[in-house]
Design a protein around this ligand. Structure first.
Ligand SMILES: Nc1ncnc2c1ncn2[C@@H]1O[C@H](COP(=O)(O)OP(=O)(O)OP(=O)(O)O)[C@@H](O)[C@H]1O
Length: 373
């Protein structure tokens, strides 16, 4: 296993006209389980193929434990890769497919047998160990591919590119928890590519969110949910995603639709650019607040009108309009709000953030003195 470092890595497929991956510096730390999360076409596979050596980046360097491997092909990198669709030796038995990476490296027979049986047991492959791979359905074949990717202890990393696409939805949950179990057992560095937030959040120690060829934030699942650093993370994670409301900072106070929503507190990064005690500059911002944290009630607050209620069973989603801007609040099931009702919205200080040019610059603080709720 190794720390895998990307230094200023960027990639263009068309001679620099467009960039599938914009200059990226990032370290994948040895032994951690990462999810690489982002929408289709954002550059996830490009990034993965640069790590595995299937692709040489247009710019930058790839380092494995400090060793420059930028020009080293896949075979010289000691990487295991599992693709979206099964790639197996179809005429070989499941046992032989699992044993293949170990035999290839001339591991002792006993060790091979022990590892194959461990992985087989964890992935539920024992009943089909002797069967030819082509006789299995595609879902089972993909599980064999997973096993083959995980069978070696000493790989630099295991890269998984949407590996559960062909697997039955009911089995996905089981397999994800098996993957975690195998990860705990082997301590592999895992990088798991997905565009599915549930898959990413339930699997990874750390989720790396990519959008338009750039890493926009990385963190533990709770951090991405509770403290998004970029509007994209707010939208993409959560269901429904974060509300974004246009607002204005004036005299250190954030105003929305004529009401004071809270004090404008700069983030640490924004604070560093400001003189001691200086406030966030006046002007337009967007308030980001998750539906889970929007409070509905009587004045004071930001005036809104209820436009609809979705009864979800376990909870309700109350849709409201602030002027013409939609806001969703998640409430307990059986809320009494009806479409057309006037309501006031409050955004808890520690749960509402301020964004400029999509990047977080601050948060909403409690109002003191005049205008305080
Ligand atoms: N071989 C290629 N030649 C030209 N353009 C490519 C090639 N592979 C990918 N691209 C483009 O690069 C961008 C990033 O693609 P990439 O496959 O890395 O994204 P992704 O996030 O993995 O998407 P998906 O989830 O759909 O697989 C996209 O605009 C894609 O069209």
């Amino acid at each position: 296993m190794a720390d895998i470092r990307l230094e200023g890595v960027a990639h263009s497929y068309d001679g620099g006209r467009t960039w599938a991956l914009r200059p990226t510096t990032w370290t994948w730390r040895s032994g951690r389980a990462y999810a690489l999360l982002g929408p289709s076409g954002c550059g996830k596979t490009t990034l993965l193929n640069i790590i595995s050596g299937l692709l040489t980046p247009t710019e930058g360097r790839v380092l494995f434990d400090g060793r420059d491997v930028t020009g080293v092909p896949t075979a010289g990198r000691d990487i295991a890769q599992v693709f979206q669709f099964p790639v197996l030796y179809e005429e070989m038995s499941v046992y032989d497919n699992l044993a293949f990476p170990l035999r290839n490296r001339r591991r002792p027979k006993q060790e091979i047998d022990r590892r194959v049986r461990e992985v087989s047991r964890l992935l539920g492959l024992d009943p089909v160990l002797g069967r030819r791979s082509r006789r299995l359905d595609p879902g089972r074949q993909q599980i064999v591919c997973l096993g083959r990717g995980l069978v070696r202890h000493e790989v630099a990393a295991v890269l998984l590119d949407e590996p559960l696409t062909v697997v039955d939805p009911a089995l996905k949950w089981t397999l994800r928890s098996k993957l975690k179990e195998i990860h705990r057992d082997t301590g592999h560095t895992l990088i798991y590519v997905t565009h599915d937030q549930t898959e990413a959040l339930t699997f990874a120690d750390e989720v790396v969110v990519v959008n338009e060829g750039a890493i926009v934030q990385a963190g533990e699942p709770a951090e991405l949910f509770l403290s998004p650093a970029h509007e994209f993370v707010g939208h993409f994670i959560g269901s429904p995603g974060m509300n974004m409301l246009p607002a204005e900072i004036a005299g250190g106070v954030v105003r929305v639709a004529g009401a004071d929503a809270g004090a404008a507190l700069p983030d640490t990064a924004a604070q560093a650019a400001l003189a001691d005690g200086e406030k966030l500059p006046p002007g337009p911002v967007r308030i980001g607040v998750r539906p889970e944290f929007v409070e509905l009630g009587a004045a004071p607050g930001v005036p809104a009108r209820v436009s609809g209620v979705d009864r979800m069973g376990a909870y309700d989603l109350v849709h409201a309009l602030v002027g013409e801007h939609p806001v969703v609040a998640r409430t307990e099931a059986g809320t009494a709000y009806e479409p057309g009702a006037a309501v006031c919205l409050r955004f808890p200080p520690e749960r509402a953030f301020l964004f400029r040019d999509q990047v977080r610059c601050g948060s909403l603080g409690p109002l003191t003195g005049k205008g305080a709720a």
